[in-house]
Ligand binder design. Structure first.
Ligand SMILES: [Zn+2]
Length: 341
């Protein structure tokens, strides 16, 4: 019996070497110390051992049991420490290393210019109102005094949609919507996108943006002088106090009289260059006194009310303000271009 116990001890201790794996350790524990293990079996068979030998055998069993248990515990502790050290080494953080820099975003140059333009009008008391891109013939053409066969309808090359709808060709439809919903006095701007069947080119894009603006009040209160004042203030705010502003007689269906507005060339200051075709002036927007037919179309009495309206292209303004010579650059989303602004 004693020899048998010593053999169990020696074999188990040999299996519990320094390089024993966690699985090997567990196997030894179950085979020797477990409920169906060898030592347990010997304890159960104790009654067959002669009575005088029992205490010594029992003591030896307990001794082997303690020895194996403490060996297993020591090995497990050592393995756990090694695992911990490995994990710490792998996950080591150097808190003094610089972090990954996340680039700050910024507004697109067109957005920057649009916001500046809107801000200038808001500073003069205009309210910005969003209106719809998809509209009907009435709001985009008829109410703006385009007769059914007016060549401008073709000139503007409209995107027509099913159901008599279209993509607005200008933000002037906003003027009609707001005047239908509200009563004067009104000082409103309608910024938004417009669509025409143009190829994308240096000067044009099938989608572009405008700011429509208008001011309406009782007859005699809002005059052509106010139109000149508001637009001059806006253009000097945008291009600098030294900018000269010129009004030229023109024609639009929705205004009478109409005026195109030029500014002294932002590149050459009026001396003459390629951008201004050596005239010293560049065209910047269209404007005029709202046509009586437009007022009638929204239910205003032209004898009672009068006002002015204007439309200014955001891309064209941005080209001049930022000194960019190709509109396509605004739509290509090339960061090397965008990051310059
Ligand atoms: Zn010039």
């Amino acid at each position: 019996m004693r020899e048998q116990l010593e053999a169990i001890r020696n074999r188990a201790m040999a299996q519990l070497g320094d390089d024993a794996s966690a699985e090997q350790i567990e196997n030894v524990r179950v085979a020797v110390l477990g409920r169906g293990g060898e030592l347990t079996a010997i304890m159960r068979g104790m009654r067959e051992v002669p009575a005088e030998e029992r205490p010594a055998i029992g003591q030896l069993v307990n001794e082997i049991k303690r020895e194996l248990e403490s060996r297993i515990e020591a090995l497990q502790e050592r393995q756990q420490r090694a695992r911990m050290e490995r994990a710490l080494a792998e996950q080591r953080l150097d808190v003094t290393l610089p972090g990954t820099r996340i680039g700050r975003g910024r507004s697109h140059p067109l957005t920057q210019v649009a916001e500046e333009m809107i801000g200038l009008f808001e500073a003069m008391g205009f309210e910005a109102v969003a209106t719809q891109d998809i509209d009907d013939d009435f709001h985009n053409f008829s109410a703006l005094n385009f007769p059914p066969d007016h060549p401008a309808r073709e000139m503007q090359d409209t995107f027509f949609l099913p159901g008599g709808l279209l993509l607005r060709t200008h933000t002037s439809n906003g003027q009609i919507h707001v005047m239908q919903r509200r009563q004067p006095p009104l000082a409103v701007i309608c910024p938004g996108n417009c669509y025409r069947r143009d190829e994308l080119s240096v000067r044009a894009s099938p989608m572009f943006s405008q700011i429509e603006g208008f001011m309406v009040d009782r007859t005699g209160i809002v005059t052509m002088a106010h139109l000149k004042g508001v637009l001059s203030e806006f253009l000097r705010g945008l291009f600098g106090a030294a900018t000269r502003v010129r009004f030229r007689a023109s024609f639009f269906p929705f205004t009478e009289p109409s005026a195109e507005v030029d500014i002294s060339c932002v590149l050459c200051g009026g001396g003459g260059c390629r951008v201004c075709k050596h005239s010293g002036w560049v065209e910047i927007l269209g404007s005029g006194m709202i046509h009586p037919n437009v007022l009638r179309a929204v239910g205003y009495d032209p004898a009672e009310y009068q006002g002015f309206a204007f439309g200014v292209g955001i891309e064209r303004t941005a080209l001049l303000k930022l000194g960019v010579d190709d509109m396509r650059l605004f739509f290509e989303n090339d960061l090397r271009f965008l990051e310059q602004f």
